[in-house]
Design a protein around this ligand. Structure first.
Ligand SMILES: Nc1ncnc2c1ncn2[C@@H]1O[C@H](COP(=O)(O)OP(=O)(O)O)[C@@H](O)[C@H]1O
Ligand code: SF4
Ligand SMILES: [Mg+2]
Length: 343
């Protein structure tokens, strides 16, 4: 359904008079993956890794520098007006901030109803309101909400309205970018369960972006890990969490707190084996692997060449340990890193 092929996105700063032109920010660097109906791909990575840029590129909210985004076989960067309209119906986004994404002057009936008129051509007020009521029920809100304005809703209720609005036009792909990050834990899990249920019922493809790995684990069938605009690892969720192949994924996983104190100590030790350094700037990326200055097992080649994605048993990994690195002889990267950290 969705296929990204070697996608690059750059932000070019506007040139200020009399000052030298600033370098472009390389926000996405050759991202490729595909997503099918009923599949949920989680996307994780520290802040600034390009997750929102990826969402915006797919939603046509930012320009693509090179590469392709194919939706049902059509390159979305090249759509004519008519196809653009149908693309906007099929691909919907729910973004982080439900406060700014809902028009404060409109009531919920209009917020959820407008896209129904625009994309499905339903103009009759009673038919449209009936549909809005059904959608509100689907997201766990009663029909009383029809006449409420955004300021009369809690954060969780606003996010439910955003989801209802996105689902109103029966999209095939839903992109949720940090859609639950601003909410407290119990509301967050309610929304996740809701998304999961709707996604399964409607066979929606879901791209679920969050910096919280625990949240992603609960919803995603597949997970992609982003670092400085690169997709560095991709694989099935369970295996990616239990046997990560990329050192950066391992570092992210070691940062998740666990209730067991012994396990927590182990994680802390592993976390400390990574070099405490600032990531490079996305407008001045190194020639080699961008994680090299934080990676405890970096080799000479890592500073010279960016590794290509290499197929692993679970998906792919962009790390020299899988290409010209030391032979692992069946040993997992996790164990390898631990051993290196203790020698
Ligand atoms: N409109 C913009 N102009 C310039 N740089 C931007 C813009 N939006 C994002 N960036 C930069 O692009 C990189 C990726 O950002 P983003 O996609 O928001 O990452 P994430 O969502 O993972 O935090 C960051 O370095 C960020 O500062
Ligand atoms: S390519 Fe090298 S520096 Fe980059 S993550 Fe792999 S081992 Fe570490
Ligand atoms: Mg973001």
């Amino acid at each position: 359904m969705l296929e990204l092929d070697n996608l690059h996105v750059r932000y070019t700063p506007t040139k200020k008079l009399l000052s030298p032109a600033a370098k472009p920010v390389k926000a996405l660097n050759g991202v490729s993956f595909s997503l099918g109906p009923g599949q949920t791909m989680g996307l994780v990575g520290e802040s600034g890794s390009g997750k929102s840029t990826l969402a915006k590129a797919i939603l046509k909210l930012t320009d693509v520098h090179s590469g392709a985004i194919n939706f049902e076989g059509q390159d979305v960067t090249q759509l004519n007006r008519k196809d653009s309209l149908s693309f906007r119906k099929n691909v919907q986004g729910v973004l982080q901030d439900p406060y700014s994404s809902l028009n404060p002057l409109h009531d919920v009936g209009v917020i959820v109803g407008d896209p129904i008129t625009r994309h499905l051509g339903i103009k009759r007020r009673d038919t449209r309101n009936q549909r809005v009521r059904e959608l509100l029920t689907l997201v766990g809100l009663s029909a009383d909400f029809l006449e409420r304005k955004p300021h009369q809703l809690s954060g969780g209720q606003r996010q439910r309205v955003s989801i209802a609005r996105a689902l109103a036009v029966e999209p095939k792909l839903l992109i949720a970018d940090e859609a639950t990050s601003a909410l407290d834990v119990s509301i967050q899990s309610q929304i996740i369960n809701l998304l999961k249920k709707i996604q399964q019922e409607k066979q929606l493809a879901l791209l679920f972006i969050a910096h919280d790995l625990e949240v992603v684990k609960h919803i995603a069938t597949d997970v992609g890990v982003m670092y400085l605009g690169y997709l560095v690892e991709l694989g099935k969720t369970e295996t990616l969490y239990s046997e990560p192949t990329h050192p950066y994924t391992k570092m992210l996983l070691a940062s998740i707190p666990v209730p067991n104190p012994k396990q927590q100590e182990k994680r802390k030790a592993l976390r400390q084996s990574f070099i405490n350094a600032e990531p490079p700037s996305p407008s001045n990326l190194p020639m080699g692997c961008p994680f090299a200055n934080r990676c405890p097992v970096a080799m000479d080649i890592c500073k010279k060449e960016m590794p290509d994605p290499t197929v692993t048993a679970n998906g792919f990994s962009r790390c020299h340990l899988h290409t010209s690195g030391p032979k692992l002889d069946g040993e997992t990267v996790v164990d390898f890193i631990k051993k290196q950290a203790h020698t």
